[in-house]
Design a protein. Structure first.
Length: 116
């Protein structure tokens, strides 16, 4: 089992920045891929970004150039630096982990609200 705890969400004005963190604990050896997904009520869940233990990264087209995913393997922590935030980025953001790109574990989610 892997436990994931997100933090760093909140309210920010359009054009602002936020940094999300995800702390992993438990069976850390099983984690190869970590990622961020987001979902708002009534909307489909959307992949934001993935990062593999080796460092390979992929982003959703909607966040390329604005969001940066990173991970600290020694501290079992992953980050999502978000800048140039838009109202359409308002969602609940979930941290995920697993051996493959198909997430096996999910955090409880952290709310990000972009509004003036």
């Amino acid at each position: 089992q892997v436990q994931l705890v997100e933090s760093g969400g909140g309210l920010v004005q359009p054009g602002g920045s936020l940094r999300l963190s995800c702390a992993a604990s438990g069976s850390i050896f099983s984690i190869n891929v970590m990622g961020w997904y987001r979902q708002a009520p009534g909307k489909e869940r959307e992949l934001v970004a993935h990062i593999i233990r080796s460092g390979h990264i992929n982003y959703a087209d909607s966040v390329k150039g604005r969001f940066t995913i990173s991970r600290d393997n020694a501290k079992n922590t992953m980050f999502l630096q978000m800048s140039g935030l838009k109202p359409e980025d308002t969602d609940i953001y979930y941290c995920t982990s697993g051996a493959t790109y198909n997430p096996m574990y999910w955090g409880q989610g952290t709310q990000v609200t972009v509004s003036s």
